[in-house]
Design a protein around this ligand. Structure first.
Ligand code: 48F
Length: 266
């Protein structure tokens, strides 16, 4: 017979609350807050955490992957083009070559391996949390953190104040709605951010533009993935994911460079 350890009920409660509280105390002052656990956010988190930055990833849902899981109209496959295959090969994803520089993969495998890579490098992932605002300072103007709320509170419509989390960099990886850029644009006009929304489908142009425009939006605030397309009104591309991964990696490289530059300047 298997001897299962007997656990008293309050032990479960105390351990969960103590460990979660410890994480939140640590999270209250992060190096980088990544918003959204889709392909761009997971890829960015992996490289940021790998570089040693304290990286927190907030995701509204209770699951990873954003738009990956839906594949193309729910077919469980996605398409990846070079050079993004190198990112997935690094994570040991199995890619089926179907043409020169073109691969097909299973959505479930890509989700789980991207998430695993981000966590293994040290990203702290918190599910069920919405970033619904940013913190900022003036003279000079800068985004200095994110404002977070439980998704369940938002869904309930209860009047409950959110919590602020400080960060030297906040990255909008929220996808098509560019939620962080949109709230910053609406509430902080001095930032001069406009979010016109993405354009209609043009795959080659959309893939190129999303990567080209990835980076800093204003001091302290960065964007990757479809949030970049929403910011620059660049075309959507549907279920081809190379641009999302390359954008996630590029934003991480940019944030890492900015950290290095600011630490040299101190
Ligand atoms: O939508 P999503 O996958 O964004 P992405 O990383 O990739 C886009 C592709 O999936 C696809 C495409 C190109 O291939 O067209 O659509 O740019 O992932 C965004 C994630 O952010 C979460 C959301 O639940 C999703 O998992 N999210 C959105 N807004 C918030 C958020 C928010 N305010 N706070 C926390 N999470």
């Amino acid at each position: 017979m298997v001897q299962i350890k007997e656990v008293e009920e309050t032990v479960i409660t105390r351990n969960i609350i103590r460990e979660a509280a410890q994480d939140w105390i640590n999270i209250a002052d992060a190096d980088v807050v990544v918003v959204g656990a889709g392909p761009a956010g997971l890829t960015a988190s992996k490289y940021l955490a790998e570089s040693g930055l304290k990286t927190v990833l907030f995701e509204r849902r209770l699951s990873f992957g954003g738009g990956i899981g839906g594949g193309g109209i729910l077919f469980h496959k996605l398409v990846i083009e070079t050079p993004a295959d190198e990112i997935l090969k690094e994570m040991k994803c199995r890619l089926k070559p179907v043409d020169e520089g073109l691969y097909v993969a299973d959505t479930a495998e890509i989700i789980v391996k991207l998430a695993s890579a981000a966590i293994d490098e040290g990203t702290k992932v918190i599910f069920g949390v919405v970033v619904d605002d940013v913190i900022y300072r003036t003279n000079p103007i800068r985004v200095t953190g994110a404002v977070v709320q439980w998704v369940s509170v938002i869904m309930s419509g209860l009047h409950v104040d959110p919590l602020p989390v400080k960060a030297k960099a906040v990255i909008d990886c929220t996808g098509h709605d560019a939620e962080v850029l949109s709230v910053a644009s609406r509430k902080i006009p001095e930032l001069n951010i406009e979010v016109p929304g993405e354009g209609s489908m043009h795959v080659p142009l959309g893939e190129r533009m999303v990567v080209e425009h990835t980076g800093e939006v204003c001091p302290g605030l960065y964007a990757a993935g479809m949030a970049v397309a929403a910011l620059h009104h660049s075309p959507r591309m549907g279920p081809i994911f190379g641009g999302m991964l390359l954008s996630g990696r590029k934003v991480a490289q940019r944030v890492i460079e900015d950290f290095k530059a600011s630490s040299k300047g101190q």
